[in-house]
Design a protein around this ligand. Sequence first.
Ligand code: NCD
Length: 426
Amino acid sequence: MSPVRDVVTIDDLSDQDIEAIFQLADSYLETMAPPATPDRIRGKSAVASGRILATLFAEPSTRTRFSFESAMLRLGGQVLGSSDIASTSFSKGETIADAVRVVENYADLIVIRSPLEGAARVAADFASVPVINAGDGSHEHPTQTLCDLYTLRRQHPEWWRDRNGRDLNVLIFGDLKNGRTIHSLVYALARFGAHILAQPAPGLSLPSHVQRRLRTEYQCELIPSKTLKGAQKGFDAVYVTNKKAHQRRLFSGREVTVEELLNKGGIDAFYVTRFQAERTTPGEREARYPVVNTKFLKGKQYKHTSVLHPLPRVEELGYDLDQDPRGVYFKQAAFGVPVRMALIAYLLELDTRVKPAPAPPPLTGLQELKGQKCANARCVSNNPAESRHLVHRFHVVVRKPHLLRCVYCENEIEAVCKPVSRTRRL
Ligand code: NCD
């Protein structure tokens, strides 16, 4: 058995891992989805017979928890779940570190959701069984990204096959600041060579550390809004994937037109997100939030667009799109089952057709630093219960002046300090 693999951020899965998981998901759909409903798994296999998955959810969930549980049951395994924080010891003040060291005795795999940013990292650090992050505050939601990417791959197979030769223009829309699905998705889109067009609701742009990482770690070329004109004004920024050097030269240092930018291809995918009311401050609550519906999508650039949404929708996505072939969000939700079946089988090494690759290489060279405090109030390291056993820890991203990234929530701070030790893995 290989070392335990956790999925805390989307970068815990290499491109090779993701390709293998998608091939497994395809195979489950081919063998288990009836011809009349080809996106929907039915029946049961024996792949995970004798295995147990535990869901530790301290936030509401319908799709993520049910699709994980459905995936495990369809694989022939069993599930232990808590949908309600009041029914777990979290409500008595038990820490994540203690909870996972108890639950690992009862289950082979733990899926955790928490409002605390970095909670899944803590769980993974303490558990000896694989931990999957099902959403930690505004930080990340990597398995939603697997479903999103899988939907894009099924909707745009020619792009997936020939990613270096073809463009995929993906517009991300809505609450880009607080939406955790967005934060995992943009890194994956950048890795798989899609162009990202950011159209935030007023005041809800991508956090500055996510923007910085896109530029410096994922080599995206940023076209700032001030160089955009006319029809592009709604875009806050455009990130052009760095895979195509000729495009970088084409766009550098001058105004671009929407036709140039989109290579006459239009918007291939429109990813709508809801206003994350539970994570916002009073000022943000007043933000005007646009509605995406058939009227909004009447421009020619949206003629062949796939409309995705992680759901639930509130008011930002019109019901008139449900009958429109461009709306693929219910299909995206259905893919939650085959994709999560594939992920479970992959992490637990249950399917003999695939052998998990070694985990992506550790980020060696990044020094670890203690003694600063994370500035993010929602970080797990600032939670009174968790701080009984956690110390604030950072990775040094840039030196002099220091730019530090919290090991847990990955927010960044600038600080004047001396690194003290070297770490092996984020
Ligand atoms: C998302 C989440 O929980 O972050 N939902 C989901 O898991 N499908 C999106 C949201 O709640 O807005």
